[in-house]
Write a protein that binds this ligand. Sequence first.
Ligand SMILES: [Zn+2]
Length: 442
Amino acid sequence: MDNLGKLFFCIAFISLSGLGQSQSIESPYEVGTWQGFRSAAVTYTFDDNCPNQLLIAVPMFDEFDFKLTLFTVTNPSWGWPANWIGLQSAASEGHEIASHTVTHNSFSGMVDSLQENELKNSQDVINSHITGEQCVTIAYPYCNTGNNNLVRQYYFASRGCSGSTESKTPGNFMNISSIVCGSEGSIKTSANFKSRVDNATSTNGWVVYLFHGINGTEPGAYSPISEDTIRASLEYLKANPDKFWVYTFGGVAKYIRERNAASVSQISETEDSIEVSVTDTLDNSYYNCPITIRRPLPEGWASAVATQNGITLTSKVVEVNSVKYIMFDVVPDGGDILLTKSDATGVSKENKSFLQTPYLKQNYPNPFNPITQIEYSVPKSGYISLKVYNLLGKEIAKLYEGIQLEGDYIVSLNGSALTSGVYFYSLQTNNFVDTKKLILLK
Ligand SMILES: [Zn+2]
């Protein structure tokens, strides 16, 4: 190959990895098109800061444990100035706060320098107000697409509204389609919502809904829809948890990128344990959405548990067409995953059956430097969170958050990035909380 040929080869290779097409999935592993191998993804997005979005939609979604996206106009003189306290509280619950530009002017015919102001300044303002997540997606005012090359420098996914259901990998991340809901849109009734998501299951598509006003009680809010209609649509999705993945706009877009860029390979296999590597070539600082991997259970395994760095991953044994699979959620590049053979009717369940509430043990060792272990029991499968806080009550580490099966667990806390001092760790379920103190001595 001459030098020019080599250079061309090099450029071609880089641009392919940039598109995330460098994946290799070793048999018998599979990556879910959507989290949990569900059939379709569904995203609810809300524009223009209409007040009922924080007053009505966010509490309603919290009730269902679904996450939504609030596309926020940042100019303080906008009709409904951003309510940063309400938005931060929504962000803390896992909802996405993203950009709907500074001024809400149309990008159509707008010169690049002004587009850049809208893109950059709105992102900066959101990032200065919202902690715990970065603003990485944008919705175009009036759905008029901006200069894609410019938008791409600030955002990895942008929302338009062509009215169609997106395919499982959008053709253009800078103009992802959404469907306008409410009085001016094509989705008005519960039946409209139901048929749209049902149709998406046959193509493994992504439905992105676009909302503005709720209940028609906000003067000037575009295309209002009643909260009862939104609620009915959520009830249908909640009733079909194996079919529909309801998540934020940025979260689903991240999942798609990670799924298409992931490489899965088996490192080792013994009679009762398997080591697997899941990696990708993306920027780990914000491509942090867990993707779902599955493989058939090896011969003679009744069940399995998945762990990563000693932390139990969300996992499930499922039967599909009479094949039993272990399915687990993992963020690529977080370290190798260990699948361990387990007995589905394990003794730990029987021994712990007298426990009615979760049990949190004192960490060991304590004081510690830099690693300590925390042991706890979950008597009944359900939502749990285990987090570490500093003296001011600020969360500094999330050891687990999500649905966990009943059982005993040990997690490790690595304090090498923390300063010496007293910290608290807290185990929480929907109706239980226990907090203990730990001491890091360097
Ligand atoms: Zn708007």
